[in-house]
Design a protein around this ligand. Sequence first.
Ligand code: COA
Length: 260
Amino acid sequence: MSFNNILVNKDDALAKITINRPKKLNALNKETIIELSNAFTNLENDEAVKVIILIGSGEKAFVAGADISEFANFSEEEGGALARRGQEMLFDLVENLSKPVIAAINGFALGGGLELAMACHFRIASNNAKMGLPEVSLGVIPGYGGTQRLAQLVGKGKAMELVMTASMIAADEALALGLVNYATTQEELVPLANKLAHKIMRNSLVAISGAIKAINANYTEGINGYDTEIEAFGNCFGTRDFKEGTTAFLEKRKPNFPNN
Ligand code: COA
């Protein structure tokens, strides 16, 4: 599948999606959202892929937000539909993907850009990154899940402040808040993402998928996270990965997971 706004690379089990509109600071227009949705779906279905890294092209931006030029003239109905479609098509898809997705924030991650990074399973940032939800400075609010996920990650009070002030924060502050897991140099960002991805890949992807589901369950209305955990835990016992993992431990060797 060929794309106009993103690049997809695969290196064995590691896939990298690069949002590639550097002249527009990788702003998320409609076509980019559709392409990202298709790319994530393809990679989820690609048995060879185990971990996905998401990054922006160029040195300046991860994603500088939703493409403002596309919605400036929208009506209330169109605005609501934009948020709903985007959340369902991309942001919820990424959050619930069964394979780990790491956001490598390599510059501006604003508005929809930070919302996309927050939908990923975890984030790392380079020291030139600037993160924020500046929507209220445009007379709108975050619409791709930002009000929910920012509060989940940094707590309600700080989310309120960041949204109300439309502030941008740097990587070290984001690290202190728990918004990103690591802050590093620009040169080290991709190597660190690769290192974390390879560490993850040594483990059972089937078990990881169950863990993603169980952790996300805590943040899903109407679903009991403990029940989800119990069910996912039980399911592991029917997998070849479980047999391999426990057998390898008892035989004092490294596991070679079949991933099913
Ligand atoms: N939507 C559409 N276009 C965007 C964009 C966005 N969210 N963010 C940046 N761009 C475009 C600019 O319009 C500009 O295009 P042009 O060269 O055709 O005029 C290009 O990307 C470069 O951006 P520019 O503003 O010139 O870069 P800068 O270094 O001076 O400023 C930012 C960088 C990130 C501070 C600034 O681009 C900005 O504030 N962007 C909007 C951020 C935002 O509010 N996002 C939330 C949207 S809901």
